[in-house]
Design a protein around this ligand. Sequence first.
Ligand code: 26W
Length: 822
Amino acid sequence: KATKTQPSPAIDKAAFKSAVIKHLHCTLGTDENKANNHAWWKATCAAIQEQVLEGLRKTQKSHYLNDTRAVHYFSAEFLMGRLLSNNLQNFGLFDVASGALKELGVEISDILEEEPDMALGNGGLGRLAACFIDSLATMELPAIGYGIHYENGLFRQEIKSGAQIERPDSWRDYGNPWEICRPESIQEVSLYGYVETKYGENGRVLKEWHPGSIVKGVPWDIPVVGYEGKTVNVLRLWQSESSGYFNWDVFNAGGYVDAQRENVQAETISKVLYPNDETEAGKELRLIQQYFFCSCSLKDIIRRYKRAHGDDWSRFADQVVIQLNDTHPAISVPELMRILVDRAELGWDEAWGICTKVFAYTNHTLLPEALEKWPARMIEKILPRHLEIIYEINHRFMAEVDKKWPGDNAMKAKLSIIEEGNEKMVRMGHLSVIGSFAVNGVAEMHSRLVKSSLFPEFDELYPGKLTNVTNGITPRRWLKACNPALSKLIDKKIGDDWPRDLDKLQGLTKFATNKTFQKQFMKVKLENKELLADEIRKSLDLEVDVNAIFDVQIKRLHEYKRQHLALLHIMALYRRILENPDYDMHPRVFVFGAKAAPGYKLAKDIIYAINKVADKVNNDPRVNNKIKIAFLPNYRVSLAEKMIPAADVSEQISTAGKEASGTGNMKLALNGAVTIGTLDGANVEIAEEVGDDNIFIFGLTVEEVNELKATGYNPHDYYYKDPEIKAVLDWLETDYFTPGKPGALVSIKQSLLDNGDPYMVLADFRAYSDAQIAVDAAYRDKERWAEMAIINTAKMGKFTSDRSIRDYVDRVWKLSSCKIES
Ligand code: 26W
């Protein structure tokens, strides 16, 4: 029986209509006859923003009056995407707005497309932060997200002659209707300079940092609306500005230009998001970015705490918990120590006691190249006092290690925050583990590996500190908003409270074999495929058959994610068709979306190769439309929202042990795509939920990967033993796909043979190809496939980010929800 929990709209169509017109006139200075889609979009945002700000005010008042404990989510990335449709949905005003606009002669779908994505993140980690703050607001938990107000988010990707070109992303060039500047909460951040040692009363050593420069942090608040619009939390993003303190003398002496140069330097800090995903670049500006937002955020938290508790620090850790989203904000640990010891003049032990009750750390990756390390010299130059504090933390920690493993110097070297070597390096992961009361991985298997291979000794030293919280995704954006047709079908079948309680989707299981429901479910899928086909036509001028299998791989481009495994398989299929025109396969459309880090040569080569193979295959009449390849440029949240509902097959084919969790895997399965994947990250848990019959698992397990590595993996064995592998790799060396440019694709072959195939693509190739044959066979059985797709949707309850947040609340944060008084 259907229950009614849809948010009930606060205003009706007529009122919404007049609000939009009012903003068209009074906010935008235009009118109904002159307004273009952009103006309509802004006016609609302004209309809903009235509700948003009312909710925000009430929320802040309730949190203040109840003196609530809150979680502070520190993240260098928040991949928010678009907000209009989300905010309308959450207030239950989507249909109201769409009806109001229609009466004004405007299609809501057109104006939604006007909104630029807020792409202040790279990939999984940034989007996870966005899903988490959505769940926190929905669950009425006091929470604030803290990050950086990048002027330019992740680059816009264009494809020119097959190759990736990066263009700046200017998401707020024409103004952003959601953000509110809060000059009243500006903070100042010090950089560079030197430390002076002084002696206070009773010989107490006092350290005074004389900074070489000071920058201003200006907060911009983005309201975060929970489902049903009761709690409205904020995402507070810091923008750097010149403090205006510098060198007025220079200015007055006619140094106008020099003074401007300092302005530019200060403003550079929040200018651009680093586009590196899982590669540590070690750049000074990045460390400054990290320190900048952490310092601003800590001072902001302390200001708020002091307003309620004055100088009494004894309750700080009861009121404040800070989640470090990877090590990017790890510099917060010495920064809080500095504030407590140097500024508040607390003793070291008391300060450390507070710190280690406040911080918790999430690890998102085991890849060595992604584990942040900063040269001690660089920290010393930028943050001289912090390096001293890090040494002191380490000194005391080494004493602990010596107690546990007396005289074991190898152990000390291994666990030390400082890595000795040619250049002393500060290991931010170690600092985070030592400075936090809880450390978590992001999927069962990943957390097991964090314990057993990344930090085994820390697990011995601090039993119980290392734990798991499996990632999740918000079903409001990733089903209700992005797939309205499926959402409505589900509402009709099992009621509409699943967006709050995703386990309710279980209720679909009993209809999985029901012929009528299967038809309805697959009809929705077909409609979504038609919408994506339109998108493919518009974007690539390519016709695809909606009866083909839509096989989707969307994620950052990385060798460990193995887009090149998918490519080799497509080439193998192409070859089979050329050799045998009757090669029996159901037509397939391979859809890709992926950005490569601008400096990651092989990743860019793989994008180029996909596009070049696409050119050839898509235009080869001998293929007879059995294969189409669509690489959609500029993959981002809003494009994901169009691709995911249309997917039949979800590609999750990373080398086992490398993908910490994955979250795209959850989004695709939730929308009825069937996974082909390795036993990696959260795929393992997805397989557990849907059952072995409803997923295509293939390839080496972590144990097998390690064993093969240990006994000596030689990709040449596979190259010589498997003629198809050989043929496909050799093909890359010809100019078949790059006419007139032989060797243009050779780097892929080289990485797989000469470079030892670090991610074991060749070792998994045959198993992958066999699994794809099984996918093909399953798809031809329409009823069987529909059943699998339905089961996938029905069993995704575990992967709501509400459950992840519930786990954090219970195991780490110990938070209570706060009802918002109206
Ligand atoms: C210092 C450069 C850098 C930048 C970003 C290093 C590491 C990162 C992130 C940790 C990369 C990332 O997004 N990791 C992904 O996090 C997701 C959310 O937990 C997981 O689902 C993905 O498996 C993981 O790759």
